[in-house]
Write a protein of this length. Structure first.
Length: 239
């Protein structure tokens, strides 16, 4: 896929996949808001501004993780050349399909990764507790960076997507686009929590979102093959 389509796919995946965030991150948004000092929590605008800083921190962690995994993919591509590109594209496609099945509630295989990630979270969570109650924007930002490492199958699937880009900068941009896609839902949770939850908890909403993500995954699975076919044709024309 071209870079533009890849970033758009990452953004839309975040937007659609954020229905999963309601269950996992919705409670965290509430906890963080309740964790503000009482005088800050009374002001709605101030509360939303702190939620913004939480999310800036969260997205920063996503970008850092994307840069790290994509740098690994970029290094491996130097050794495996075209094969690495095809394998990476297929792997990202498989994980996108798994993500769609996970969000739709049809098959929750990705929960295994969340269980594995929970072991790391045990060491990170106590650091976050030390930042409560939140008094300043830097505190909110730091708490958000820790929140970004919360075990989440959706994030892990997107990290595989970033890994398959085999480009360090592109991997960071993929995770940024994905994170920006999750923002609208998480901000709505901070203002219209009850209405948003009632809408998103409807099975048809999650199933529709999951189906669209599965379609993105299927496209990712076919894209490497198309690229390889184009590459073969180009080589043939040269001869």
């Amino acid at each position: 896929m071209s870079n533009e389509i890849t970033l758009l796919a990452a953004f839309i995946t975040g937007l659609l996949g954020s229905v999963h965030c309601v269950g996992m991150c919705g409670g965290i948004v509430g906890t963080l808001s309740m964790g503000l000092e009482p005088n800050l929590n009374k002001n709605k605008i101030r509360t939303l501004s702190f939620i913004l800083f939480y999310n800036i921190g969260r997205l920063s962690s996503y970008v850092i993780a994307g840069l790290l995994v994509a740098s690994i993919g970029e290094s491996s591509s130097e050794y495996f050349n075209q094969n690495a590109q095809n394998i990476g594209g297929m792997l990202s496609g498989v994980f996108m399909v798994l993500l769609g099945l996970y969000i739709a509630g049809w098959w929750k295989l990705l929960s295994v990764l969340e269980t594995a990630g929970s072991y790391l979270w045990r060491y990170i969570q106590p650091l976050g507790n030390k930042l409560l109650p939140v008094k300043t924007y830097p505190h909110a930002f730091m708490l958000g960076t820790l929140w970004g490492w919360l075990p989440c199958g959706m994030v892990y699937a997107m990290l595989v997507f970033a890994l398959s880009s085999q480009d360090t900068l592109q991997g960071g941009l993929i995770m940024l686009a994905f994170g920006l896609g999750t923002l609208p839902t998480l901000f709505l949770l901070g203002t219209f929590a009850t209405s948003v939850k009632r809408f998103i908890h409807q099975p048809i909403v999650r199933q529709l979102a999951g189906t669209l993500i599965i379609l993105f995954g299927v496209y990712s699975l076919t894209a490497p093959n198309a690229h390889a076919h184009h590459h073969a044709n180009h080589e043939h024309m040269q001869h």
